[in-house]
Structure formats: structure tokens, C-alpha cells
Write a protein that binds this ligand. Structure first.
Ligand code: SF4
Length: 169
């Protein structure tokens, strides 16, 4: 299957992550609608990111995607997360990075690091995952092409979302 993603490589790991959390959040973010990051949780997340690989300083950016750290000796992509609360979306964000490397001819695996709870989770990309991911990427493009944002989801996670004030004004 040929997907439009590679004709227009504008999908980022964050968008894959948001797709799994809330389609409205994905749409708002994709349309460059950003809200002030004032919540304590967001600040802790930023601190975790800033300090986890402080000495290694290995963050890399390419093709519009940003990877926290790539261990080239072992072929492992690392993502740093604050907590396991959004574990599934973290998994798929990393699977998306592995998929992207694979399309570039690089065979890699992934690890999610949770420094606050001192845990590491290994992530692999199976053939089934690849098919599912390609469906997600097609879906992300369709959602972003909508003229208006998808409806508010009225979920528990809304309270910690940076778009809360916008959605519940
Ligand atoms: S506040 Fe809720 S509905 Fe609005 S973008 Fe965030 S998660 Fe989605």
C-alpha cells in the first residue's frame, strides 16, 4: 500500500501520540493552535526531558521528527516519558519512529525510559503493527484535513490537557 505520508512527510511522533489520546487535540496541535503550558504536570515533564540525557545531549531531529536519544552502538531509539499514564500512545509514538527508520533502511528497536519511576520498556515493531500504523497515518491525514476540529471527548484526561480552557470555555 502506498500512503500519502511519504509523499508529504509532515507527520510527527507527537501527532501519532495525540491521535491515540484525542483526535481533537491532534487537530488543534496540527493547526498550530498552542496553549500556554502552565500546569505543574507539563513543567515536570519538561524538567524530566531536560535532565534525562543532559550529559549525553543526544537529541536528534530529522524529517520533522525529534528523537530524545539514539544509541547508535546498539541501534536503539530512546524516548523519555514522565509516567506510564499514557503508555499506549507512548508505545505507538516509538513504533512510529522505528517504522520511519525502517523506511530509511535502518533496522532499530526502541526503549521508553521512565526516569521518575526508574523503569525501561522495550518496544518492537511487528508486521501487524506496521499495517496498523499505516492505517493510523492515513487516518491522521484525514483528521487534519477536516475543516473543523473533531468534538470535545469529555474524558478524564481533559483536565490535564493544555487545551482544556479552549475546549471547555
Ligand atoms: S481538553 Fe479534552 S477534548 Fe479538548 S483537546 Fe484536550 S483531550 Fe481533547
Amino acid at each position: 500500500m502506498t500512503i500519502s505520508f511519504y509523499n508529504s512527510p509532515t507527520i510527527t511522533g507527537t501527532q501519532v501520540n495525540y491521535y491515540l489520546i484525542c483526535h481533537r487535540k491532534l487537530w488543534l496541535f496540527s493547526h498550530n493552535i498552542n496553549m500556554e503550558h502552565t500546569s505543574e504536570a507539563v513543567e515536570i515533564g519538561a524538567l524530566v526531558h531536560a535532565h534525562s540525557y543532559e550529559r549525553k545531549n543526544k537529541e536528534i531531529v530529522f524529517d520533522g521528527i525529534k528523537i530524545d536519544f539514539f544509541d547508535k552502538n546498539h541501534g536503539v531509539i530512546h524516548e523519555v516519558k514522565k509516567s506510564k499514564k499514557m503508555e499506549e500512545s507512548h508505545f505507538w509514538q516509538l513504533k512510529f519512529y522505528i517504522y520511519h527508520f525502517k523506511k530509511l533502511g535502518l533496522d532499530v528497536s526502541g526503549k521508553i525510559d521512565y526516569p521518575l519511576i526508574r523503569r525501561t520498556q522495550t518496544v518492537e515493531l511487528t508486521t501487524d503493527d506496521e499495517a496498523q500504523l499505516e492505517r493510523m497515518l492515513d487516518d491522521i491525514i484525514k483528521i487534519n484535513e477536516q475543516e473543523l476540529p473533531p468534538p470535545v471527548i469529555k474524558a478524564k484526561i481533559c483536565k490535564s490537557c493544555s487545551y482544556y480552557e479552549l475546549c471547555y470555555a
